[in-house]
Design a protein around this ligand. Sequence first.
Ligand SMILES: Cc1ncc(COP(=O)(O)O)c(C=O)c1O
Length: 396
Amino acid sequence: MKDSTIAKAQSHIMNTYASFPVVFVKGQGRYLYDEDGRQYLDFVAGIAVNALGYGHERYLQRVTAQLHDLVHVSNLYYNQAAPMLAAKLTAYSGLEKAFFCNSGAEAVEAALKLARLWAKANKGPDAFKVISMLNSFHGRTFGAISATGQQKYQNGLDPLLPEVTFVEFNDLQALAAAMDGQTAAVILEPIQGEGGINPADQQYLQGVRRLCSDHNVVLIFDEVQSGIGRTGQFFAYQHYGVKPDIVTCAKGLGGGIPIGAILASESVAAAFTPGTHASTFGGNALATAAASAVVDELMDEGLLEQVQVQGCYLAEKLQQLAAAYPVIRQVKGKGLMQGIQVTVPPGEIVSRAMAKGLLLVGAGSDVVRFVPPLTVTAAEIDACIEILESVLEELQ
Ligand SMILES: Cc1ncc(COP(=O)(O)O)c(C=O)c1O
């Protein structure tokens, strides 16, 4: 960190992040620039947030226009932007109703509350149990962390929300065995993100849907990371031909402006009534206008198709590297949510790549993740692969 005023001020921020000593001051396209004007190719995108990259013209125009017109009014009143976004998200998800909030964890909270309210009203007062997956990640609030299947995030926080059971991901029998008459909801990521880019198997996800329907259990897909076009479908579950009762989204939705949402079927959504859930900023005019701009790029301007093309290209290039460098054990993911499982600590690759001007991020204990802006080009993928290859050369 070059600017000593910033460095001193930084000491007043709580010590929750092990950040790299770099301060970014500008972004353009898929590149970030630090205080010294050094350029970095960004395959992190704020961890799957900056869907349109930086300085995207149409996005800027629409956000700026909304900023001038109206930023926020309370949910005591209506604004124009939130219902327009709700109409788009429900159309593209195949679900009927939306609730807006501000982050991924908050969307997970809303989903868990809605599922419990629905189950208690429709199955009985004892239907409050939640089944989640080992190796999952759902966020840092108490409810979301209680549903997260990784002990390291829960250390020191107990007692957590009771009645959450964890089962192996991609193991249908384990899920079936864990379900009983008290099960309100099953929550899972169709592609585990923080856990290491682990896609659900086709038959598994279809089986999960069937089990939940048969047992009258609310199926929640957490698509905070995999949703909003990231995998080449609007939601990752659309690759599988199954539909949840509730889906969560956040991250890429606002293109960098904080927003979260849940979408739910008409019947499940009916469990929310005035007073049962709320969020001061939820449905904020600026955030929902920004999200509409992102969604329109994906669905009206051909970006979703572009993600499919570039996602295939990235996967293919990573496969080629895997064939040449044994340090890569496996390439996994969908669309522009890709990971390489490696035999060295992922941090080793991330640091070396950063020194060469490429931003990457780890996932789980042994995966390096590639989640660039959805606007990434083939030439930028080539540039990423070239830098990655020179890192792998060094590690041989
Ligand atoms: C699948 C999933 N759910 C929830 C969250 C939490 O989102 P947020 O950090 O916006 O609270 C994340 C964040 O990485 C995530 O990947």
